[in-house]
Design a protein around this ligand. Structure first.
Ligand SMILES: [Zn+2]
Ligand SMILES: [Zn+2]
Length: 101
């Protein structure tokens, strides 16, 4: 049936049938330290020390901010800092509405 093996996010060498990943994660979570997530790319994960080292030469960071120094890595890495906020502003004035009457 359609039950492909997927990689465990805690350890990519763990290949688990998708139908069993939930149960596997519960067990794996107990054995593995909580993973820190790279602020630049949520698929980059590792221990606190690994991520602290990783952000210094994260390929995603270097692609996005080639001149920027790495950020201070603090406790919560799951919330990326809004570096790109200005880029996400809508191009048109959000208060400018077209009234169709
Ligand atoms: Zn696992
Ligand atoms: Zn990264």
């Amino acid at each position: 049936m359609d039950d492909p093996f997927i990689s465990c996010p805690y350890n990519s060498t763990h290949r688990v049938p998708r139908s069993r990943i939930q149960a596997h994660l519960v067990k794996c979570q107990e054995k593995c330290p909580a993973l820190y997530i790279c602020p630049f790319n949520a698929t980059h994960r590792g221990t606190e020390n690994e991520i602290k080292e990783h952000v210094k030469d994260c390929p995603t960071r270097l692609a996005m901010f080639p001149d920027q120094r790495p950020p201070q890595v603090t406790g919560d890495l799951t919330t990326p800092k809004p570096y790109m906020q200005a880029d996400y502003l809508p191009e048109t004035d959000p208060n400018h509405e077209v009234w169709d009457d």
